[in-house]
Design a protein around this ligand. Structure first.
Ligand code: PXL
Length: 269
């Protein structure tokens, strides 16, 4: 298979392999592109919870981004967990230097088990400074509530929240509807001042660890290959739905999904 594009991921490491940088690399690779990484923090975790988060020093984060990109220029960047104000400022400086146009931000704030991954001040800096540099942001409902300042209970609320977040300076907004108590799942995209709603079947499972990381990486990969943002979202959502449906059911808590669902592996005899 010929490699289709190059994607740089700026995110945290998840030792359990289901979320974070590990999910990002698997997704980008499964979809046929080349993954590069800048690790912001190292978490020790399993499917039940997080044991520790160790930050990577600022200068090491900026070196990973700048030194890597100087040699192999990414077609697009996916940003995941930025756990502190200083990490956001560091990433911003590096983004300004490497000048990559396609930047997708998954504003990771809370882990699947409910544990907070970033503090309040970090969220303020993200809103004030980072959003302007981003092509698309992909919050889930709790993250969209924090960013928009409104309570989200319905699809109409989701649409309103996309507009509130757009006003903060980010060009395109995809709010993921998985947390709402609707019959189907509705993901709402605001792009070019138009609303598009993607409807998916709800899959009843506790194994959804890393769905957010996986979706944003899938969207980034499709987008890096030249697809439109709308098409990239549609294809990304489809990929994650299949990954959930074919999940391996590992671990005692929120297990991982199947990142390889896009690949037909031929069995050798
Ligand atoms: O899924 C959010 C997420 C992102 N990044 C890292 C994580 C998690 C959740 O566990 O550990 C590193």
């Amino acid at each position: 298979m010929k490699i289709k594009s190059k994607v740089l991921v700026i995110a945290g490491s998840d030792s359990s392999g289901g979320a974070g940088i590990q999910a990002d690399i698997k997704t980008i690779t499964a979809l046929g592109s080349y993954a590069m990484t800048a690790i912001t923090a190292v978490t020790s975790q399993n499917t039940v919870g997080i044991n520790s988060i160790i930050p990577i020093p600022k200068n090491v984060i900026s070196k990973q981004i700048e030194f890597t990109s100087k040699d192999i220029k990414p077609d697009a960047i996916k940003i995941g967990m930025l756990h502190s104000e200083s990490v956001i400022k560091t990433v911003l400086k590096s983004l300004n230097k490497i000048k990559v146009k396609k930047v997708i931000l998954d504003p990771v704030m809370v882990a699947k088990g409910g544990q907070r991954l970033v503090d309040k001040k970090t969220i303020e800096i993200l809103k004030k400074n980072l959003l302007k540099k981003v092509t698309l942001i992909t919050p889930n409902i709790p993250e969209a509530e924090v960013l928009s300042g409104i309570t989200i209970k319905t699809i109409e609320d989701m649409i309103y929240a996309t507009k509130k977040i757009h006003v903060l300076g980010v060009k395109n907004v995809l709010i993921k509807g998985g947390h709402l108590e609707t019959k189907k799942i509705h993901d709402v995209l605001l792009s070019n001042n138009k609303i598009k709603i993607f409807n998916s079947k709800k899959i009843i499972t506790k194994n959804t660890h890393g769905t957010g990381c996986t979706l944003s990486s899938a969207i980034t990969t499709f987008y890096s290959c030249g697809k439109t943002l709308k098409k990239s979202c549609e294809l990304g959502i489809n990929y994650v739905n299949h990954a959930i449906m074919t999940g391996p059911n590992y671990g005692k808590g929120h297990g991982p999904i199947n990142h390889l669902n896009n690949i037909e592996i031929k069995k050798s005899k």
